[in-house]
Design a protein around this ligand. Structure first.
Ligand code: ZN
Ligand code: ZN
Length: 252
């Protein structure tokens, strides 16, 4: 079985045919999906999907892009306490797009770490070109459990997150021809710390690049990880599913 640890099933891109998307996921062996909120409204839509669909859980969060106008952040508390909520986020820091100011991004990140700690849930973290700040904030709030989603950092970042016992989740970019550095880095991440994800509808893996991404395509990412590590893909599927079950506390 495969687990897509980070999908955006509430995205309008899936509105026309979500039942077909979920059927194709099951047919591809993707038995578990965590659908991730990026705003309060998105988190509520994610909750509705998780309440309705077996094999789907959700993570309420407010994306760093929204940090200048995040809305009622405290409303995340109730969502985080929902029995189908398995994490808080996505939250974190994005210094590539900088859609929101850095101080606001940091403040919103810290508030969500506090909400996760209160709820006893792990955090799903988005971090782009901000690993130094992200690591120092996580260290200041340790102990926390969580995952760095769509990880593309270097060996030093790997070392930092592993020292905090965090998971690193690999997405479609690992399948791209120019991702040789990432494929080399991921050879050094212990299998027990790896998750896989689509981050759909964006970031479709190489064979589907340029199309709408969906959970069924996570198998291509698992295959690229197996090839980079020179191990059977079944080992990647089993380990990443067991890791996600451990982190999120999910079972079918
Ligand atoms: Zn993200
Ligand atoms: Zn995402």
């Amino acid at each position: 079985m495969l687990t897509d640890s980070h999908a955006h099933l509430d995205d309008p891109a899936f509105a026309p045919d979500l039942p077909d998307v979920l059927r194709r996921a099951r047919e591809a062996g993707v038995g578990r999906i965590v659908t991730i909120g990026t705003s309060l409204e998105s988190s509520r839509r994610a909750r509705a999907i998780a309440e309705r669909e077996p094999g789907v859980w959700f993570s309420p969060g407010i994306h760093p892009h929204e940090a200048d106008a995040p809305g009622d952040v405290d409303a995340l508390r109730e969502l985080a306490g929902h029995p189908r909520a398995v994490a808080v986020g996505e939250t974190g820091l994005d210094y590539v797009k900088n859609y929101s100011s850095v101080p606001n991004q940091k403040a919103l990140f810290v508030r969500q770490l506090e909400i996760a700690a209160e709820a006893g849930k792990p955090v799903s973290i988005h971090c782009r070109d901000a690993h130094g700040d992200c690591l120092s904030i996580l260290r200041a709030h340790a102990p926390l459990r969580g995952v760095i989603h769509c990880f593309t950092g270097d060996a030093a970042a790997v070392e930092g997150y592993l020292s905090l016992n965090f998971f690193l989740s690999i997405a479609g970019p690992v399948t791209y021809p120019n991702a040789t550095a990432l494929r080399e880095t991921l050879r050094h991440i212990p299998l027990e710390n790896l998750l896989v994800e689509t981050d759909c509808p964006l970031l479709a893996p190489q064979p589907r690049r340029g199309t709408r991404n969906e959970p069924a395509f996570v198998e291509h990412t698992a295959a690229a990880i197996a090839a980079a590590r020179e191990i059977p893909v079944g080992e990647v599927r089993a380990a990443t599913t067991a890791n996600a079950a451990r982190l999120f506390g999910i079972a079918s």
